[in-house]
Design a protein around this ligand. Structure first.
Ligand code: ADP
Ligand code: MG
Length: 708
């Protein structure tokens, strides 16, 4: 047996247990020893019964005097035993455990733990944890009873795999594989921390609080360290790539462009642009992430960067997450940059461009005055060709832009809007390139500093921290059940005045499953009864894309009053006339996610509202949601999410598991800074890790949250 041995091949782990382990994502021996306790029970002190304190957890050592099964009138089985430790006797009771009379016999010496209570006049412990005191049951590691002595680890469990079972297996397996646990950490980094083998032993079988603390210190360090090392290596790789030429920043032309805008850039936009310019001038490929709230004006920043690329003789590709948004940006870029003589193209790879279609599938409100999008193409192929043949200076599109069929000549800048990382495609795209274009990624997802310093550590970060002046803050209210009718009346009133409403239905599962869609449909039917006079549309991820477009377009064109939608559906299009955002089941969303949903309104000149509905009115739920009434800063909200609910919450991406740490926490700024400094030190000493062969080997095996 070694660390890679599949758990189902380990003697003593049967088929069913193997399946249950797999449910916890524990497939190999290594997975099991990396399944850490999330807390410990303190059973360290064994007391005589006559000194034990009532209503506290106690650990006792003694002998079984009698044991039998008793059947109650309701046909339940109780196992009752008398236990004596020389100072006194107590009763032990287990429910539904009739098998115990076969494993615990009169005369057996036992160590037990549990809460000491009094039943009538008799001292008892209900459902005690127990183990026999013969040499086999002593932990091979701590030489203490496994389940009832010292600090007893409690593990994340699944049905049928108790902590007791996990502890037993670990106590058998860990001693057999510990010789394979190598510690790749150089002494200079490890310092006074435990070595890895000790850390694993002590986290599972601690003898003291200090063991717990020290093993945590080491294992938490490692978890974050590997992420840091990985992202910093990616960052360095990027900097070593051959870049396109150094760009010149032509301030005169830029100033001219800025005067064509109907607004003045905010200080934040200016600052971020300067950071981008510094990258572009450096002669190394830029890899920058611009983070800014919905509505903070990222598009114009992107347009300016694209203009700079153009002035330097390079083209730009702008990648939007959906086709609808691609068309929206296409319109914006045309408006901004065509007057300066730039040629803007669109490329979405859509199958919708079929015969004689002379307008895009999603006429955009922004385009109304401009007629159609000038895609007079009878076939999809020709749309593509057109984009290429006419040499656009900027091509707006979707993922289809990455296609090999599209020639990427003279490509100087790639802008990626509103995407999570797309590491794999990005890298394969880059592999074939002699020269690397600059990369600018934009997101409205607020990323706490600690996360930016780890998961996004390969990117340079710019933050647009303010909204353009004059935006009317959105009034947000948590609506308790008894005020719901008032809220509905208010909505009806607003609609009568010509405004529109988004209503987000809660998700049932984390991703949009059938259950969520069914719930959305039910909700839709209910709402139709509540608002019999209003025009309602339903949008969810399982509609065909034509159906989706139809619903969205009707809403945009004012033909629907209320758009009922699941949260995962792209409702990113601008509908300035929508002034109310209602979120059902708000308790199921992270604050930052709620904030992003709320950002769909408040785009026009009228006062906008966000109503948070929740059927759960526990005070902890309500006070968490009420943060949104007071706080309009997405980053602050994401920090609160991080504190209350952990990192998966931030990205609304819990299902991916990608952002979940096993033992460390993104709340631990000190740890994050310490590990980053350590990784930096390593790479300064040896950028390619050549003097740290063990780190190199380990790194290639690290299954970290960073995409590679
Ligand atoms: P986002 O950051 O969400 O992509 P957009 O770039 O779509 O935001 O900008 C939202 C709106 O704000 C657009 O209508 C844009 O023209 C406008 N805008 C951008 N910058 C400013 C500014 N400095 N002052 C006023 N309005 C601005
Ligand atoms: Mg945007």
């Amino acid at each position: 047996m070694n660390l890679n041995t599949p758990l189902r091949h380990v003697t003593g782990i049967g088929y069913i247990q193997g399946r249950r382990l797999a449910e916890l994502n524990l497939l190999t021996v290594s997975d099991l020893i990396n399944h850490f306790p999330f807390r410990y029970e303190d059973f360290s002190e064994i007391v005589p019964i006559n000194e034990a304190e009532l209503n506290t957890k106690v650990t006792l050592k003694g002998e079984i005097w009698s044991i039998k099964n008793v059947y109650t009138k309701s046909r339940k089985v109780l196992t009752q035993a008398v236990f004596n430790d020389g100072s006194n006797s107590i009763n032990l009771t287990w429910f539904n455990s009739s098998y115990l009379t076969k494993s615990i016999l009169v005369g057996d010496k036992l160590q037990i733990s549990g809460k000491l209570t009094k039943y009538g006049s008799k001292l008892s412990i209900i459902m005690p944890v127990w183990e026999k005191l013969n040499s086999h049951q002593l932990s091979a590691i701590s030489h203490q009873p496994l389940h009832t002595g010292g600090l007893i680890p409690v593990y994340p469990e699944t049905e049928g795999l108790s902590s007791k079972w996990l502890r037993t297996k670990l106590s058998q397996i860990l001693p057999k594989v510990e010789l394979f646990i190598e510690d790749p950490m150089p002494e200079e980094i490890k310092g006074k921390m435990l070595n890895l083998k000790e850390a694993y032993k002590k986290i599972h079988f601690p003898q003291s609080e200090d063991d717990v603390k020290k093993s945590h210190e080491r294992l938490e360090f490692d978890e974050i360290f590997w992420i840091q090392l990985k992202t910093l290596i990616v960052k360095n790789l990027w900097k070593d790539k051959k870049p396109v030429e150094q760009f010149r920043i032509d301030n005169e032309q830029l100033t001219k462009f800025l005067t064509t805008l109907s607004f003045k850039l905010t200080d934040s936009q200016e600052k971020v642009l300067q950071e981008i310019f510094e990258d572009l001038k450096r002669g190394k490929p830029m890899n920058r992430l611009v983070q800014g709230e919905v509505g903070s004006g990222k598009t114009v920043v992107a347009a300016i960067a694209a203009y700079v690329a153009h002035l330097n003789g390079y083209t730009t590709q702008y990648m939007a997450p959906t086709e609808i948004l691609a068309f929206q940006h296409y319109a914006t870029f045309k408006k901004l940059l065509e007057p300066l003589g730039l040629n803007i193209g669109i490329y979405t790879g859509s199958r919708k461009f079929t015969k004689a279609q002379t307008h895009p599938p999603h006429p955009n409100p922004l385009l109304k005055g401009e007629g159609n999008l000038e895609i007079p193409s009878p076939s999809r192929k020709k749309v593509r060709m057109r984009g290429i043949l006419e040499n656009p200076d900027i091509i707006i599109g979707t993922h289809a832009l990455l296609s090999d069929k599209l020639k990427h000549e003279n490509l100087g800048l790639i802008i990626i809007d509103e995407q999570q990382r797309f590491g794999v495609e990005q890298r394969s795209f880059l592999r074939n390139k002699a020269k690397i274009p600059h990369f600018l990624t934009m997101t409205a997802t607020p990323i706490p500093r600690t996360v930016a310093l780890t998961l996004y550590g390969d990117l340079d970060l710019s933050i647009i921290s303010e909204l353009p002046k004059g935006r009317i803050p959105i009034k947000t209210h948590f609506v308790p059940g008894k005020k719901r009718d008032d809220a509905y009346k208010f909505i009806e009133q607003r609609v009568k005045e010509g405004e529109q409403v988004y209503l987000i239905t809660p998700f049932i599962e984390i991703s949009e499953t059938m259950a969520t869609v069914r719930a959305a449909k039910d909700e839709f039917e209910t709402l139709k009864k509540i608002f019999p006079k209003l025009r309602l549309g339903l949008l969810h991820g399982q509609l065909k894309s034509k159906e989706k477009d139809d619903v969205l377009n009707s809403f945009k064109d004012g033909k629907l009053d209320i758009l009922v939608s699941t949260s995962v559906v792209e409702v990113g299009v601008d509908v300035p006339n929508a002034t109310i955002m209602v979120i059902e089941g708000a308790e199921r969303f992270g604050l930052a996610q709620l904030h992003q949903l709320r950002g769909r309104v408040g785009r026009g000149t009228k006062q906008s509202y966000c109503f948070l509905f929740s059927t759960n009115e526990e005070s902890s739920v309500v006070s968490r949601l009420k943060n949104l009434e007071k706080i309009s800063d997405g980053l602050k909200l994401s920090e609160i999410d991080l504190r209350i609910r952990g990192s998966g919450e931030i990205f609304g991406l819990r299902q991916s598991g990608r952002f979940d740490l096993k033992i460390a926490s993104f709340n631990d700024l000190e740890l994050i800074e310490k590990t980053r400094a350590a990784a930096q030190r390593i790479l300064e000493n040896s950028p390619t890790l050549d003097i740290y062969p063990q780190l190199k080997v380990k790194l290639s095996a690290v299954d970290s949250v960073v995409p590679d």
